[in-house]
Design a binder for this molecule. Structure first.
Ligand code: PGA
Length: 252
């Protein structure tokens, strides 16, 4: 039985004062929710604040990106070891905003995936198709290519320390959620593809759905057999919304 995981992706939102209020409300709400795991992935400057507020709680934390190199002359970049210095457990890798806005290729996503694992953190590896790709019927092909970048290079065993997030690009920040059955089809496809390499790894692999997960659709998404939780953007910035999603995860 896989445990549900609910991860907040704050993106480029937050300030010291609002972070504190949000995290205190989340902590108060999830303290008794032992049925699932929870995490927030926050902007780099707030990692120290988040670490001091969440340490010892049942909410883990992480970052939204890293640089694949251990150190060096990379102005503006953040190394994996800098994230472990602040207690990060997770790093989001290959988010469609990184792939699209920052031109990150499958090769770069794969290198960052490996760097995250090497530093002892769990990558949350994002895959997903655009609307044009879905409409031209190549969803599975696109997801397979993104997944294979990791499978063929890092190897299937690395997935036992990783999380996959299926995030259809057309559902991110648009309020358009994939129908639970639509998402389930792609999640099952991902699990089957991993199972071709190793069925045990596939069975225990945590596959999150992301793309306009809200309080009012979380329960039906999490009821799908291959949806193991959510990567939540906008709704993770509102304590009552995020908590309702966490409760749906704990009950599922
Ligand atoms: P959203 O974002 O929930 O705001 O659609 C999800 C994500 O980008 O991870």
């Amino acid at each position: 039985m896989r445990r549900k995981l609910i991860v907040g992706n704050w993106k480029m939102y937050g300030r010291l004062a609002s972070n504190r209020a949000l995290l205190e409300a989340i902590l108060a709400g999830v303290r008794e929710l032992r049925g699932a795991d929870y995490a927030v992935c926050v902007p780099y400057p707030y990692l120290a604040q988040v670490q001091s507020l969440l340490q010892g709680s049942n909410v883990a934390w992480g970052a939204q990106n890293l640089n694949q190199y251990e150190e060096g002359a990379f102005t503006g970049a953040v190394a994996p070891g800098m994230l472990t210095d602040f207690g990060c457990s997770y790093v989001i890798i290959g988010h469609s905003e990184r792939r699209g806005l920052f031109h990150e290729s499958n090769e770069i996503a794969d290198a960052k995936f490996t760097a995250t694992l090497k530093a002892g953190m769990k990558p949350i590896f994002c895959v997903g198709e655009t609307l044009a790709e879905r409409e031209s019927g190549v969803t599975e092909q696109v997801v397979a290519t993104q997944l294979d970048a990791v499978l063929s290079h890092a190897g299937v065993q690395t997935l036992s320390n990783a999380v996959i997030a299926y995030e259809p690009v057309w559902a991110i920040g648009t309020g358009k959620t994939a129908a639970p059955s639509q998402a389930q089809t792609v999640h099952a496809f991902i699990r089957e593809r991993v199972a071709k390499h190793d069925s045990q790894v596939a069975q225990s692999l945590c596959i999150l759905y992301g793309g306009s997960v809200k309080a009012n659709n979380a329960a039906e998404l999490f009821a799908m057999p291959d949806i193991d939780g959510g990567l939540v953007g906008g709704a993770s910035l509102v304590a009552s919304e995020f908590l309702a999603i966490c409760r749906a995860g704990a009950r599922a």
